[in-house]
Structure formats: structure tokens, C-alpha cells
Design a protein around this ligand. Structure first.
Ligand SMILES: O=C(O)C(=O)C[C@]1(C(=O)O)C=C[C@@H](O)C=C1
Length: 368
């Protein structure tokens, strides 16, 4: 049974006294760290440089994970230090982050996971608005989904990378657990299931088995679906547990995604005039979008420079170029940073064989 009276066990009391002392030491150390970050902020202001350094944050976390003696689990190191650095960064300058809202979306979870919770949240109504808000400078950074392990690419994000003047400075990925949420604690008499089209697709099998006759209603985000379900008891929504508590809904179907390993990858965007490209962290990725003229062997030729210079490719996606000529844009991720001579040479040679070539960004590989 849960403990309801004050603890009297002397061993427990003694241990808690020690924990209190350690916490006070930690607080004092954290404040020392925060003062140093404030001084770093002053130095950066004088030299006119930016506060957020994704490569430095990645190195801090990588370094601590490598030296962690335990018993603290290594997976706990990244979230703890992300929060510490988020709080320290907020003392240097506010970080305004745009993402697909409202509160409770997976995009919000990704934004908080990447930047920590000491941010200014800028909630947007669509992926287009995240790009526009970040381009216009109403947010310093934007967080957009780019790929889901069940459903594939998020086409709108990839298309906007082509036209918007933003570049990628980071990535983060989330395990996506979808749940059926309702105001009533029952699966009976559901008139429609409201969710983002990606979520409806990720739960296709479960919906076909459990609610075969029920309308599937696409809405702008899962959290918007949850908001609608909180207003109309006949509706159900597919969304996160966070959204359930945000909108006071019951989880009537937990983990209903067809793939138990369902993950979504997000890109962190910024404007090149407001933020420089991150410096090399030692574990970096470079994202590009290219096209080649439609001739036999063109795609093969395009990849030869990567092979010749030993640069490994971790992603290769195609999207129709909408020219009506069966032409495609290829979204490519390679490992490495253009500061590395082999990467720089491979990119130079690749550019020379492409009809279109744009570097979308260079950034530290996700260290969660
Ligand atoms: O090292 C810096 O440049 C800092 O500003 C300090 C710090 C940190 O708290 O460690 C905070 C923000 C930056 O994004 C990187 C690291």
C-alpha cells in the first residue's frame, strides 16, 4: 500500500537527509553553472554571436554520456542536461520556437525534447505557418515533422524546404504512441474519429478492426482533434497521452498505432541571416536536395562522388518535381560536415553533376 503517514523508519529518514544535502549542493552547482552561462552570454553579445550552439550542446551531452559511471542510466543524461542547458540558455536570451500546435501535439513534445522547457512557445496552425513564422523572424527556430517510420515522408515539409529560405540546424526523433481518446470512457457510439491524416494512416489496422463503420475525419493536428472531441462527446480523437490530460479526455484505446516501433523524425529550422550553420561537432549529418536531368545512369553518376570519397549516405528519398516530365527531387542525408575535406570534395563533385543542388543544412546527429 502507498505510504500515507510521515516516514518514521530511521534508515529512510537518514537517507532522505543525505538526499536533501546533495540537492542543496546540486542547486549551488547549477547556479554556478548558470552564472558562467550568463558570462558566456555577455561575451557572445560583445562579439555579436548567437546564444544557441547545437554543436556545443551535443558535445556536452555526448561527453557526459561517455563518462557516466552510473548508477544513473545513460539514457537519463541527455534529457537532464538538455533541461539544464535550456535554463542556462534562457539566461542568455529567450529562444522562440514555432511548431504545429495547439498544446499537446507531438511537434510540441519534439520542440521541448530538443530545446528543453525554457523556451517561448510559438504555436502555429499548420506546417506552412511554422515555415512562414520562422522565415519572417517571429520565431528564432521552427520544428517540423519530416518522416514517420510507418507512413514515410511528410511531403509538405519536404516541399517547403525547396521554396523557403530556411536551413536545418538540428534533428530529433520521437517514439510516437497514438491513443484513442474520448470524453466518454467507452468505445460505443462513436460518430467520427478526428485526427491528422498521418495519425489516421498510422492506426488504419486498429480502426478497421475496432471501429470499421466509423467515419475517419482528417483535421489539421491531433491536438485539434482532441480539442474537438472535448467539445462533442460523440467524437473520438487519436492523439498523445499529453493531449488526453490537456483536454480532459479518457484513453479508451491505448497504443493503437499499427507499428509498435512507430517513430517520427523532426527537423529544426532557422533563417541563415539570424543563425550561422552549426560548427562540426564530430558526429554530424548534412542534408541536401538535388535533381539531375532525366537520362540513363544520371542517378548512378550522381552518387559516384559519395562512394569515391568514402562518404556514407544515410537517407535517399525522391519527390516528384511537378514538371510533368517524370522528373524528381532527391532528398539525401550524408554523414559528416563540409569542414571535413572528403565531404567538401564529394559535395563539390556532386554539385557539378546536378541540375539543381541545395544544401538544406549541416547539424549534429540526434544525441537523445
Ligand atoms: O557554451 C556556450 O556557448 C553556452 O552558451 C553555454 C550553453 C550551456 O548551458 O552549456 C548554453 C547554450 C548554448 O546553446 C550552449 C551551451
Amino acid at each position: 500500500m502507498a505510504e500515507t503517514t510521515p516516514a518514521t523508519n530511521p534508515a529512510l529518514l537518514a537517507l532522505r537527509t543525505q538526499i536533501d544535502a546533495v540537492d542543496r549542493e546540486l542547486l549551488s552547482l547549477l547556479n554556478r553553472r548558470a552564472s558562467l552561462a550568463q558570462e558566456v552570454g555577455e561575451v557572445k553579445k560583445k562579439e555579436g554571436s548567437v546564444a544557441f550552439r547545437p554543436e556545443r550542446e551535443a558535445q556536452v551531452i555526448d561527453g557526459l554520456k561517455a563518462k557516466n559511471p552510473g548508477p544513473l542510466h545513460s539514457d537519463s543524461v541527455a534529457p537532464i542536461w538538455r533541461e539544464i542547458m535550456s535554463a542556462c540558455r534562457a539566461l542568455e536570451t529567450p529562444t522562440r520556437v514555432a511548431y504545429l500546435g495547439p498544446a499537446g501535439t507531438f511537434s510540441e513534445e519534439a520542440a521541448l525534447g530538443f530545446f528543453g522547457s525554457s523556451i517561448v512557445k510559438v504555436q502555429c496552425a499548420s506546417i506552412d505557418e511554422v515555415f512562414r513564422t520562422t522565415s519572417a523572424g517571429a520565431a528564432d527556430f521552427g520544428v517540423v515533422p519530416v518522416e514517420n517510420s510507418t507512413e514515410g515522408v511528410v511531403a509538405r515539409s519536404l516541399d517547403l524546404f525547396l521554396t523557403e529560405p530556411l536551413f536545418i540546424i538540428g534533428e530529433t526523433s520521437l517514439a510516437v504512441r497514438q491513443n484513442l481518446l474520448r470524453k466518454e470512457n467507452s468505445l460505443a457510439n462513436v460518430s467520427a474519429v478526428c485526427a491528422h491524416p498521418q495519425a489516421l494512416a498510422q492506426c488504419h489496422g486498429w480502426l478497421s478492426n475496432h471501429l470499421p463503420q466509423v467515419e475517419r475525419r482528417p483535421v489539421s493536428s491531433n491536438a485539434e482533434g482532441a480539442r474537438l472531441a472535448s467539445l462533442d462527446p460523440s467524437l473520438a480523437a487519436i492523439a498523445s497521452e499529453r493531449a488526453a490530460s490537456e483536454f480532459g479526455l479518457h484513453v479508451v484505446g491505448p497504443a493503437i498505432q499499427d507499428d509498435p516501433h512507430n517513430r517520427t523524425r523532426f527537423a529544426i529550422l532557422t533563417h541563415p541571416l539570424r543563425h550561422p550553420q552549426p560548427q562540426a561537432s564530430g558526429h554530424d549529418c548534412t542534408s541536401l536536395v538535388v535533381s539531375v536531368t532525366n537520362r540513363p545512369g544520371a542517378v548512378h553518376d550522381m552518387l559516384v562522388p559519395l562512394k569515391q570519397h568514402g562518404v556514407s549516405m544515410t537517407r535517399f528519398e525522391s519527390r516528384p518535381a511537378r514538371s510533368g516530365q517524370w522528373e524528381y527531387y532527391f532528398y539525401i542525408d550524408i554523414q559528416g560536415h563540409p569542414d571535413q575535406p572528403a565531404v567538401a570534395t564529394a559535395l563539390k563533385e556532386l554539385r557539378s553533376v546536378c541540375a539543381f543542388f541545395k544544401v538544406l543544412g549541416t547539424y549534429p546527429i540526434d544525441v537523445h
